[in-house]
Write a protein that binds this ligand. Structure first.
Ligand code: HEM
Length: 367
């Protein structure tokens, strides 16, 4: 094969190679030889790899919680950044923790001032020495099952919210980590004792906690709490106790449901359902919430409800111990002094003793 011919073939092969190379370089968007790092023009990426999206556009889209397509079953994994998470953290560590802390502090200060001004509410007629059974064994068991589990839940929950600021500086990081770990376990499992407790309370006491006429007199006379010698008539539970009962039951049901939904992450959707119900009343709330959005709203509501219930129970514990003479016996031995019972639950005493009640008593008035 003549020299010329070989030279033609070589040149053709070289040109072919060059064309192939230029074609490949073009595909990759960079002429390797000419320009190793293509400058961005106006933030636009070199070539057309990302189409018209600039890095900052891409970042902004991702930052807003854009949900990309993923082949995983859990489509949530298509969300690179869940920006509501920031809002959740800002609310939890901001207003929720701050106002919750002030609320707890204010409750204790108000009770301390009340105790200082009003003192312990005494049995005005003095203790008679005779007793009457107020709560039987089953009622007291139910109360202390609910009470003890609630107190563990409250303390371990408060630790999750405030432990880092209040406890860790005192006991150190390792001890705090261990305490929080076991506290979390206790929180998850003792919750079931609390659920059983409120269910039993509901069954045992719902009949005695329905609204009744004498509640109006009780409220009008401030429950006899503020002025010595004032004793509005009441049945087994007075209006104040009925409020505590329904906060414990209704708050207990809601805090249980939200707690379970935080434990069984993807299974329960408390807020989509609640918002759908509220929308029937004319609200316009989102009902297609992602599992993450659900859990963030649920966690916030769980914490808000817990803080409200803890405040109410602090007041309840005050009136059930220090605040009122003779009250604690009701839940300790189950026996209360007759004079105590007459001054605080006169209609209940009459019912228990099957004593005839005057028309005034029937109407919810005084003796
Ligand atoms: C150390 C803590 C507690 C003490 C000393 C205490 C004390 C008492 C006492 C003395 C009574 C009877 C009042 C009466 O004779 O009318 C009572 C009733 C009651 N307790 Fe407690 N309690 C405590 C914690 C709790 C907790 C944590 C809950 C619920 C989560 C709770 C829920 C109730 C309810 C619903 C009643 C009946 C309605 C009422 O009296 O308010 N208690 N408690």
């Amino acid at each position: 094969m003549g020299l010329w011919l070989r030279r033609v073939f070589r040149a053709a092969a070289f040109l072919l190679l060059l064309a192939f190379w230029a074609g490949a370089a073009n595909l990759t968007g960079a002429l390797i030889v000419d320009n190793p790092a293509a400058a961005q023009v106006e933030g636009k990426p070199p070539g057309s790899t990302l189409g018209s999206t600039s890095d900052s556009d891409l970042w902004r889209t991702l930052r807003r919680g854009f949900q990309g397509k993923v082949s995983f079953a859990d489509k949530q994994k298509g969300v690179a950044i869940q920006s509501e998470g920031d809002n959740w953290r800002a609310v939890r560590n901001g207003p929720l923790s701050v106002y919750g802390g002030w609320l707890l502090l204010a409750t204790i200060v108000i009770l301390a001032v009340f105790f200082a001004v009003r003192g312990r509410i005494r049995v005005d007629a003095g203790l008679s020495g005779r007793t009457i059974e107020r709560f039987n064994t089953l009622e007291r068991f139910t109360h202390w099952l609910t009470a003890s589990s609630f107190i563990v839940l409250a303390l371990t929950g408060l630790n999750v919210l405030y432990g880092k600021y209040v406890l860790m500086p005192i006991i150190g990081q390792n001890a705090f980590a261990a305490l929080t770990y076991w506290g979390k376990l206790a929180h998850n499992y003792i919750a079931f004792a609390f659920m059983i407790g409120i269910a039993m309370m509901l069954v045992l006491w719902v009949r005695d906690n329905l609204p009744s006429r004498e509640d109006v007199t009780w409220v009008a006379q401030g429950g006899g709490m503020f002025v010595k010698g004032v004793h509005p008539p009441a049945r087994k539970f007075n209006f104040g106790q009925k409020v505590i009962f329904w906060i414990v039951i209704l708050g207990g049901i809601s805090i249980t449901y939200t707690g379970l939904s935080l434990m069984f992450f993807f299974d329960l959707k408390p807020f989509s359902g609640t918002f759908a119900l509220l929308n029937l009343l004319g609200f316009d709330l989102p009902t297609q919430l992602t599992a993450l959005q659900e859990s963030q709203l649920t966690q916030l509501w769980h914490a808000v409800l817990a803080l409200i219930m803890i405040v109410v129970i602090i007041a309840h514990i005050y009136i059930g111990t220090l605040g009122m003479e003779g009250a604690f016996d009701a839940m300790y031995t189950g026996q209360v002094d007759e004079n105590w019972a007459h001054e605080h639950h006169s209609l209940w005493v009459a019912e228990v003793r099957l004593e005839p009640q005057s028309p005034a008593q029937q109407r919810g008035g005084g003796e």
